[in-house]
Design a protein around this ligand. Structure first.
Ligand SMILES: Cc1cc2nc3c(=O)[nH]c(=O)nc-3n(C[C@H](O)[C@H](O)[C@H](O)COP(=O)(O)O)c2cc1C
Length: 194
C-alpha cells in the first residue's frame, strides 16, 4: 500500500452521527448534529462529546449540566444534516425538522422519539481544547427500541441501522454488513499464531 500524507487534520473514519438534545433556560429544546461523540469508559459508564464554544448546545449543556445523545438511523440523514448546518440561536430545529421528543427519565433534555438508541448524560468534566470543549459525562440511562430485543436475550443490530459519518470527506454512509464477532473471532488467529 503506497501512502500519501494529509498533514494534521480531522480526516478519520468512521464516526457516528448523533443528535444531541439539550434545553435552554426557557425550556426550549435544541437539536444539534455531533460526530465527535463516543463511549470512553465502561466503569463508570461515560460518554464524551466535543463542542465548539459557539454552539447553542454548548451553552445549554453548561447551563443545565445535562444532555441526551441520540443515535441517528440512516433514514434520518437529511434531518440530521439540517441540524448540523443551522443553529438553535437562529431557528427552532426541532419544529422545522419534523422530529419529535419525549421526556427522559433522569435529565431535563428529552429523548428523540425517532432514534432507536438514546443515552441520558450528566456533565462531569469540561476540558478546553483550543476553540472546542471536550465534555465528559456520566451515562445515567440508556433507552433502545423495543423491536431490537431478541427472545432469549441479545440485541438485533439491524434494527439500529446507524448513519455513519466520514469526517474529512463530509459524506454519510450506511453501516454495511456484519463481518465478524467481536472479542471472539480473533481467537481463531490467536490459536494459529500463538
Ligand atoms: C455531520 C456533522 C457533524 C458535526 N459534529 C460536530 C461536533 O462533533 N462538534 C461540534 O461542535 N459541531 C459539530 N457539527 C456542527 C454543528 O452541528 C453546527 O455548528 C450546528 O449548527 C450547531 O448547532 P447549535 O448552535 O444549535 O448547537 C457537526 C455538523 C455536521 C453536519
Amino acid at each position: 500500500m503506497n501512502k500519501i500524507r494529509l498533514g494534521p487534520c480531522v480526516t478519520f473514519f468512521p464516526q457516528p452521527t448523533t443528535l444531541l438534545s439539550t434545553v435552554d433556560g426557557a425550556g426550549t429544546v435544541n437539536l444539534m448534529t455531533a460526530s465527535w461523540a463516543g463511549i470512553v469508559s465502561k466503569t463508570p459508564p461515560t460518554m464524551a462529546i466535543s463542542l465548539h464554544q459557539s454552539r447553542k448546545s454548548y451553552e445549554n449543556i453548561v447551563r443545565s449540566g445535562e444532555f441526551v445523545v441520540n443515535m441517528v438511523p440512516a433514514h434520518l440523514a437529511i434531518e440530521a444534516d439540517y441540524c448540523g448546518i443551522r443553529s438553535g440561536y437562529d431557528v427552532d430545529k426541532l419544529a422545522l425538522s419534523g422530529l419529535t421528543t419525549r421526556s427522559a427519565d433522569k435529565v431535563s433534555a428529552p429523548l428523540l422519539n425517532e432514534s432507536p438508541l438514546n443515552v441520558e448524560c450528566r456533565l462531569t468534566l469540561e476540558v478546553p481544547l483550543g476553540e472546542y470543549r471536550l465534555l465528559i459525562a456520566e451515562i445515567l440511562e440508556v433507552h433502545i427500541d423495543q423491536a431490537a430485543q431478541l427472545e432469549g436475550g441479545g440485541l438485533d443490530a439491524t434494527v439500529f441501522d446507524p448513519l455513519v459519518y466520514l469526517g474529512g470527506v463530509r459524506e454519510y454512509w450506511g453501516l454495511g454488513e456484519k463481518k465478524a464477532n467481536a472479542y471472539k473471532d480473533g481467537l481463531v488467529l490467536a490459536a494459529k499464531v500463538e
